[in-house]
Ligand binder design. Structure first.
Ligand SMILES: Nc1ncnc2c1ncn2[C@@H]1O[C@H](COP(=O)(O)OP(=O)(O)OP(=O)(O)O)[C@@H](O)[C@H]1O
Ligand SMILES: [Mg+2]
Length: 245
């Protein structure tokens, strides 16, 4: 079982859209996927119309987390909303190694991949999530501030774990990537020095279909399966499959 965290210290870069798109795409490829909503705002859970559930917050307090099967081969654990937010001070002082969540994940079986949708702030919940992940995908919205959000996340990881952070597999995913735009061309030049960190081949293009799908509480594969955005997320799933196996 591989664990993939979708994280960045910058808001609005397409983390939830990527977590939902990637999780559903991988399940459509026949993998057994668990999507864990790690954001107290519950955006991933909301996109599937899930009623509020203590989920991750319950797990972190020693209880059980409900995993709801929302689509064939795709399960979701809710974040627990405000209850998760209230656990933040306790998480700050807990080592990820001792965290109940780390232990719970280690004992999980029967899944091929777990995808975590992280909140934007470099909060303890994000650091713990990254700690338990095998790969961290960092969506970068093809602009300078998003790259800065990526750097902020890397700095927080280094502060939290020093050298151990450098051993994490990290991959930058350009989102809102429009090759015809001047800003994307500028972004490409800024990305050059980053080639030492893996930059994924997949590019997620700007697409109104993604916003419409989220508004209708459907995934892109249900709402606009023929759209360029659906193709982009299938492409990402293909790239990730090489990592999952
Ligand atoms: N490629 C895209 N093209 C157009 N709109 C997009 C794209 N990706 C995401 N969006 C839209 O942009 C908004 C922010 O996306 P999303 O919620 O996935 O970002 P996020 O990084 O999870 O945000 P937050 O940091 O607040 O959790 C949403 O309205 C979403 O539908
Ligand atoms: Mg989000």
């Amino acid at each position: 079982m591989k664990r993939i965290a979708i994280a960045s210290a910058k808001g609005g870069t397409g983390k939830t859209t990527t977590a939902v798109g990637l999780a559903h795409a991988l399940s459509l490829c026949g993998l057994r996927v668990l999507l864990v909503d790690c954001d107290p705002r519950r955006h991933a859970a909301m996109q599937f119309g899930l009623p509020a559930d203590p989920g991750l917050a319950a797990l972190l307090q020693g209880g059980e987390a409900n995993a709801t099967e929302v689509r064939p081969l795709l399960w979701i654990v809710d974040s627990g909303g405000d209850e998760l937010l209230q656990l933040e001070p306790a998480l700050v002082t807990t080592s990820p190694r001792d965290c109940l969540w780390t232990r719970a994940l280690r004992s999980m079986s029967g899944l091929d991949v777990v995808v975590f949708d992280c909140p934007p702030a470099p909060a303890a919940v994000q650091l713990h999530t990254v700690f338990v992940s095998d790969l961290v995908v960092i969506p970068v919205a093809s602009d300078a501030f998003s790259l800065e959000g990526c750097q902020t996340l890397l700095r927080s990881l280094e502060r939290a774990w020093g050298d151990e952070a450098r051993e994490k597999s990290l991959a930058v995913l350009p989102t809102f990537y429009d090759p015809a735009s001047e800003s994307t061309r500028l972004f490409d030049t800024q990305l050059q020095p980053w080639r030492s960190t893996k930059v994924l081949q997949t590019r997620i293009r700007p697409s109104d279909s993604l916003r419409c799908a989220a508004t209708r509480q459907r995934t892109i594969f249900e709402d606009a399966p023929e759209s360029p955005a659906a193709r982009d997320y299938l492409c990402l799933a293909e790239e990730m499959r090489a990592f999952v196996h």
